[in-house]
Ligand binder design. Structure first.
Ligand code: HEM
Length: 163
């Protein structure tokens, strides 16, 4: 009787062991997938948009060309009649540098205060964004990166529009 009980317990233990995954490929391949996902995620975050743009020099270039375009744009140029243009270019560069993950700190006015009394329309906002898009193309910024810069600026629209 004792032997029979021992045999039964041994059999149950063996069956129990059978339910533990013995197939090596499940575990390790899951881990490999996890590692790959993590690697890809870190891979995309490792280089900032700032670095992919080519750093500060690229931003200085397209801000320069963009602001010069804006100044001669009949739809919006007049809004900058009383503006210190060198300061505007500097502040824009700092702002875009910081937004894209570069080593800068924008310390200019907040967007609502800077544009408060300008009464900017959606049409005027779009005109400025278009000038900056063209400026990026003219200074050799790849289309994909151009879109990423615009995607960072677009959410500021509500802070600037007053009609
Ligand atoms: C996402 C779009 C825009 C960004 C990121 C932006 C950014 C800036 C920044 C950083 C400044 C300088 C603030 C300072 O002096 O501390 C500024 C000033 C100014 N912005 Fe914008 N801006 C945008 C859209 C516009 C639009 C659509 C207009 C007009 C059509 C405009 C007109 C001006 C003017 C006239 C000033 C100078 C104000 C002054 O002289 O005090 N901005 N903007």
């Amino acid at each position: 009787m004792y032997c029979r009980i021992m045999f039964l317990l041994l059999s149950l233990a063996l069956v129990g062991c059978g339910t533990v995954p013995t197939n090596d490929t499940d575990g390790p391949s899951d881990l490999k997938n996890y590692d790959r996902t993590l690697y890809e995620r870190l891979g995309t975050e490792r280089s900032s948009l700032y670095d992919r743009l080519g750093g500060r020099d690229t931003i200085v270039s397209f801000v320069d060309v963009g602001v010069e375009r804006v100044l001669v744009n009949p739809e919006i140029g007049f809004l900058f009649d009383n503006t210190d243009i060198d300061n505007l270019k500097f502040q824009l560069t700092e702002q875009i540098c910081e937004l894209t993950g570069g080593p800068c700190r924008y310390e200019g006015m907040d967007m609502e205060s800077a544009h408060f009394d300008l009464d900017i329309s959606a049409r005027e906002f779009n005109a400025l964004v278009e000038d900056f898009q063209i400026a990026m193309r003219q200074t050799g910024v790849p289309y994909r990166l151009e879109n990423q810069v615009i995607a960072l600026l677009a959410p500021m629209k509500p802070a600037m529009l007053h009609r």
